[in-house]
Design a protein around this ligand. Structure first.
Ligand code: ZN
Length: 300
């Protein structure tokens, strides 16, 4: 890690000396040493080092066209065709992504009992693959596909086989991809694209993810909210918190007097709510902190 990649921002302005990386990491380490049961909320920034691009730039603005809206997917066959064509092209990248240092550091913190609950806005499953347990996937999992008619659950890999079988013209095509597996593909022959049907009932399939414009299932929010109540601090990792489903946890934390630290490159919607903010790549900051935090915990 290069030390100059770190900066710190907190409620009280820091002097330029204080803003050095060592101070930033010390402050984060002290925060985590003080608060032993963290409610961790992660976002797309955590998976960037795994090769999965985020949605937002340093200002929290969309880097590309906004992802598909739930209403469009539900109501328009054209929108579904476009979604599945882009998803078909984007899937191999998501399916092949590996956990990075940030996922591993969080898994380690979890194994050390320092995480009350890990809640993620990501749908890539990389926290679980790194070894984190009982992850709440706020926005679902890209690994599964559900039938809107019969409720059957299918693996995304199985649906990819159908997509490839029915749309050989798109096999092997590559395009830039977003965190939800949406490839940035504009395909002229979209009218000929064959959308996969439910293998059980020929019904309409939808990835088991929460689309923009769709509500996060109530029980998922309740489980996360309960975990936040039981935690003594909140740690945001790699999220601009621009989406309300994540931002609201910061509001609830502040209402409950629970301090929040954040590691994120760039502006977030909750900047004014943080006790401590570290602007650094998630994996760098987390591995540096956990490496030095671990011994004192193990030896206690
Ligand atoms: Zn079905």
């Amino acid at each position: 890690m290069t030390e100059s990649s770190l900066s710190i921002r907190r409620a009280e302005p820091l002097s330029s000396e204080e803003a050095s990386s060592a101070v930033a990491l010390d402050a984060l380490r002290a925060f985590m040493a003080r608060h032993e049961r963290l409610f961790v909320l992660t976002g797309a920034g955590v998976s960037v080092a795994s090769g999965i691009p985020g949605y937002r730039d340093m200002n929290g603005d969309w880097m590309r066209a906004q992802p598909i809206q739930w209403q469009a997917f539900r109501d328009s066959e054209h929108a579904r065709r476009r979604y599945w064509a882009r998803s078909m092209v984007g899937w191999p990248m998501l399916a092949g992504a590996e956990p990075n240092a940030a996922h591993r550091a969080l898994a380690q913190l979890g194994a050390e009992g320092r995480i009350a609950r890990l809640v993620t806005q990501n749908v890539d499953g990389l926290h679980q693959r790194a070894g984190s347990a009982e992850v709440v996937e706020l926005h679902g999992s890209i690994d599964a596909v559900i039938c809107l008619d019969c409720g059957a659950r299918h693996s995304r890999a199985a649906i990819q086989t159908l997509l490839l079988r029915d749309n050989p013209a798109l096999a092997g095509v590559s395009a830039a991809v977003s965190a939800d597996g949406d490839a940035h593909l504009e395909w002229e022959a979209l009218d000929r694209f064959r959308v996969p049907d439910c293998p059980d009932c020929s019904g309409v399939l939808k990835p088991d993810v929460v689309f923009f414009g769709e509500n996060v299932p109530r029980e998922r929010v309740a489980a996360a909210a309960q975990a936040l109540e039981a935690a003594d601090a909140m740690l945001v990792v790699g999220s601009s918190l621009m989406v309300f489903s994540g931002y609201r946890f910061c509001r609830w934390a502040v209402q409950a007097g629970t301090p929040i630290a954040a590691i994120n490159m760039g502006r977030t919607r909750a900047d004014s709510l943080f006790s401590l903010k570290i602007e650094a790549p998630c994996g760098d900051a987390l591995s540096a902190v956990t490496a030095q935090l671990a011994p004192s915990v193990f030896n206690r």
